[in-house]
Write a protein that binds this ligand. Structure first.
Ligand SMILES: Nc1ncnc2c1ncn2[C@@H]1O[C@H](COP(=O)(O)OP(=O)(O)OP(=O)(O)O)[C@@H](O)[C@H]1O
Length: 288
């Protein structure tokens, strides 16, 4: 994380709210978030939590109902130059089924001013893809590799992935995550990756955002979060600690010795369980 002070934050949101219809519950409800530069962010949360909505807002695919969002210091998709700085890989790695692999690369070159054809062709070779094969005939893993290559060949400063590896078998997933990690390092880029697969998040991410019930439950660098949370042996909560759920507590200051550390999975589950037990909106509605 060497450029923290010289680069704008990856993502910052203030009171970010998105409703898809006036009568519907908001998909995002007053989200405040500040993700520093140069992070690989794991965005996790249950189905319907608002993860895709947040990623679509970040790419400029949809507009907020209220509140503000900045990506790399600017309004999402502010202009063509800003669009070129963000690579997006949507759920299920969509590709043009009737286009060949090589045609995808040529299309990428026409659409993206910073396109790196040498990189794209090398990646296609390295992933064993046949340039003449139509994308409709690729396996899920091959399609994911093609979509990742296209996103990275834009040479973006931020790569955004919406559940990129969900449909892949363990071997294809491992290859995909290795490619993702090496692209992020080579491009010197940040990345945001939504996933239900906590083991994947643990492998590749250094920053975590837990989104449940349209709100951020906890966010921070994984190292700091793990350092601040401990497992409590009994129901008694020591001074300076807040019980989250599932016997996991957050300490305001470095925890005293004697408490067992938590895994990332335990930490995420504690916040998800708390949000499920005590939905913020339910509490607000009772108070009205
Ligand atoms: N285009 C849309 N029109 C109407 N409602 C939508 C639309 N997109 C999302 N929603 C609703 O917004 C809420 C959040 O959905 P979103 O897809 O952002 O969640 P998610 O966390 O990505 O879920 P998942 O993990 O299942 O992909 C859900 O209630 C969903 O039904």
């Amino acid at each position: 994380m060497p450029h923290e002070h010289s680069r704008p934050s990856l993502l910052s949101a203030e009171g970010l709210t998105k409703r898809y219809g006036r009568r519907r519950r908001p998909a995002l409800d007053g989200v405040d978030l500040a993700v520093p530069a140069d992070r690989v962010v794991g965005l996790v949360g249950p189905n319907g939590a608002g993860k895709s909505t947040l990623l679509h807002l970040a790419c400029g695919l949809t507009e907020p109902t209220s509140g503000g969002l900045r990506v790399l210091g600017r309004r999402p998709a502010a202009d063509a130059a800003h669009l070129a700085r963000v690579g997006f890989m949507a759920q299920d790695a969509p590709v043009y089924r009737s286009f060949t692999v090589a045609e995808h690369l040529r299309l990428g070159a026409r659409l993206n001013p910073r396109w790196d054809m040498a990189f794209a062709e090398r990646r296609v070779r390295e992933s064993g893809l046949d340039p003449d094969q139509r994308a409709g005939g690729l396996s899920g893993g091959q399609r994911a590799q093609l979509a990742l290559t296209i996103a990275a060949a834009k040479r973006p400063d931020l790569l955004i992935f919406d559940e990129p590896a969900a449909a892949l078998d363990p071997l294809a997933r491992q290859g995909f995550l290795q490619s993702l990690t090496s692209f992020v390092a080579d491009l010197d880029a940040g990345a945001i990756l939504s996933s239900h697969l906590l083991a994947d998040v643990e492998k590749v991410c250094d920053h975590l955002v837990v989104l449940c019930d349209a709100r951020v439950q906890v966010a921070g660098d994984v190292r700091d979060l793990l350092a601040a949370h401990r497992r409590l042996p009994a129901a008694e909560v020591p001074a300076g600690a807040e019980l989250i759920d599932q016997g996991v507590a957050r300490f305001a200051a470095p925890p005293p010795p004697g408490y067992a550390p938590v895994t990332l999975e335990e930490l995420v589950l504690a916040y998800m369980t708390r949000a499920e037990r005590r939905p913020v909106r339910a509490v607000q509605e009772v108070a009205r």
